[in-house]
Write a protein that binds this ligand. Structure first.
Ligand code: ASP
Length: 202
């Protein structure tokens, strides 16, 4: 059976698209995700999308939003094999860290990602970030998730969420993890750094 993933869109640059008439950035309707990214269909992964209401810039995220997000994952936990959270980059490390402590006994991937360039802009980094995050959230081996923890996938690297810092608003590799090794490196294939990936309690 193909793995099933829930993409939760909370807001941020990754979800913005220029309005064709005004040119102003407006939130992208993620229910049209397959028309925008037909590649997602070829992954052989069941994907559903949930959009938070309202979508917010991550500079406006508060602990209330962390709890709402945790509740959505808790309520849908049994239904999906993994979760991808699309979030603004400014406070992504904070939300993802909070979630790593809120979601106790996690045995499924919760992969945060976002982008520096809006998804509706030609040179966007959001497309690769999104597709890679979905692949990682769906990765299974021997019936178990490969990365059963809260992590951040950005620019071909996978980080433990609660060790990350956003270090650049300009570079596409916006995140780093100074005191913990990266969990995976994405090249032609995805190389998981298995000894450093958290194992769920039995
Ligand atoms: N201000 C945006 C946010 O954090 C920036 C971004 O998404 O990268 O929501």
């Amino acid at each position: 059976m193909k793995p099933s993933i829930l993409i939760i869109y909370t807001g941020g640059t990754i979800g913005m698209k220029p309005d064709p008439t005004t040119g102003a950035l407006v939130p992208f309707d993620f229910s049209g995700i397959f028309e925008e990214f037909p590649t997602l269909q070829s992954l052989n992964i069941g994907i559903e999308v949930f959009t938070m209401d309202p979508v917010i810039d991550s500079s406006n995220v508060s602990p209330r939003n962390w709890l709402d997000l945790a509740a959505i994952i808790r309520d849908n936990y049994a239904r999906y094999d993994g979760f991808v959270v699309l979030h603004g980059t400014d406070t992504m490390s904070y939300t993802a860290s909070a979630l790593s402590f809120l979601l106790e006994n996690l045995a499924k991937p919760v992969v945060f990602t976002g982008s520096q360039i809006p998804i509706g802009v030609l040179r966007t980094d959001g497309r690769e970030n999104l597709i890679t995050a979905v692949e990682i959230a769906a990765a299974r081996e021997g019936g178990r998730a490969v990365v059963p923890e809260v992590c951040i996938c950005f620019q071909n690297k996978l980080f433990r969420a609660n060790r990350t810092t956003k270090h650049s608003a300009e570079q596409l590799n916006a995140f780093r993890s100074d005191n913990y090794p990266i969990l995976a490196e994405v090249g032609v294939s995805i190389h998981y750094n298995r000894p450093f990936i958290r194992r769920p309690a039995p």
